[in-house]
Design a protein around this ligand. Structure first.
Ligand code: ADP
Ligand code: MG
Length: 226
């Protein structure tokens, strides 16, 4: 299997036009290796979320090349990109983005709907994923019946349900207190130890120190990586 999961080559992203043009990414180069755990850091506005959205195929580069698990992303149609996103990527956001009228179980089952997995199998797999994040006993609760940390664990279960080659998390602990932050970070450690490839944006040194590598963004590019 290819050792490089995701590779951004000379990626730029421009928003707006003329005087309003913003260069959110400026000639960004990044390789994410299989089994990596990379923390992305940098000041607000330095391009971290833009880079994550491109890695997550939620947005496309204006210039440059993105290779995801052997696929040249710029050559794909929107439908092909949506399929690739469903098969290869998991995304976790600061604000969880769970469906409020659905239970934890239904939220976790949702990505499998698009992956054409039969209903009985979807339920079985979603239960196992919720067990993996320590929430089996809460699977019939809706998000408003769960704490922030529990909601984020549901979001993580949903993100890993299709066995993505890359799990992306944009400030996943930004809305959590220090105890629940610790729970979520321990879960990421477990997932990393089980072989999941993880890229996580954070402002907090204690979060970044859990990762294997750290990349520092400034003005739309990486100025330091270790
Ligand atoms: P970060 O996540 O590091 O705070 P972002 O990637 O969100 O940074 O933003 C990088 C730059 O791009 C900022 O100047 C931001 O204002 C701009 N930007 C981000 N998204 C958009 C958008 N949809 N339209 C216009 N400008 C944007
Ligand atoms: Mg951001």
């Amino acid at each position: 299997m290819e050792n490089v999961v995701a590779k951004l080559s000379n990626v730029s992203k421009l928003y707006g036009e003329g005087d309003l043009e913003v260069k959110a990414l400026d000639n960004l180069n990044l390789e994410v290796l299989r089994g990596d755990y990379l923390a992305v850091m940098g000041a607000s506005g330095s391009g971290k979320s833009t880079a994550m959205n491109i890695l997550g195929c939620l947005d496309r580069p204006t210039h440059g090349h993105y290779q995801l698990n052997g696929n040249a992303v710029e050559e794909l149609t929107d439908d092909e990109l949506a399929d690739l996103r469903n098969q290869e990527l998991g995304f976790v956001f600061q604000q969880f983005h769970l469906l409020q009228d659905s239970t934890a179980l239904e939220n976790v089952m949702l990505p499998m709907l698009y992956a054409c997995i039969p209903p009985y199998k979807r339920k079985e797999l979603a239960e196992a994923a919720l067990e993996r994040v320590g929430l089996k006993e809460r699977m019939n609760n809706r998000p408003n019946q769960l704490s922030g940390g529990q909601q984020q664990r549901v979001a993580i279960a949903r993100a890993i349900i299709n066995k993505p080659s890359l799990l992306l998390a944009d400030e996943p602990t930004g809305a959590l207190d220090s105890n629940t932050t610790e729970d979520v970070l321990n879960l990421f450690d477990d997932l990393h130890n089980q072989g999941i490839t993880l890229v996580l944006v954070t402002h907090e040194d204690e979060v970044a120190l859990r990762a294997k590598r750290r990349a520092l963004f400034k003005d739309g590019t990486i100025i330091q990586i270790s």
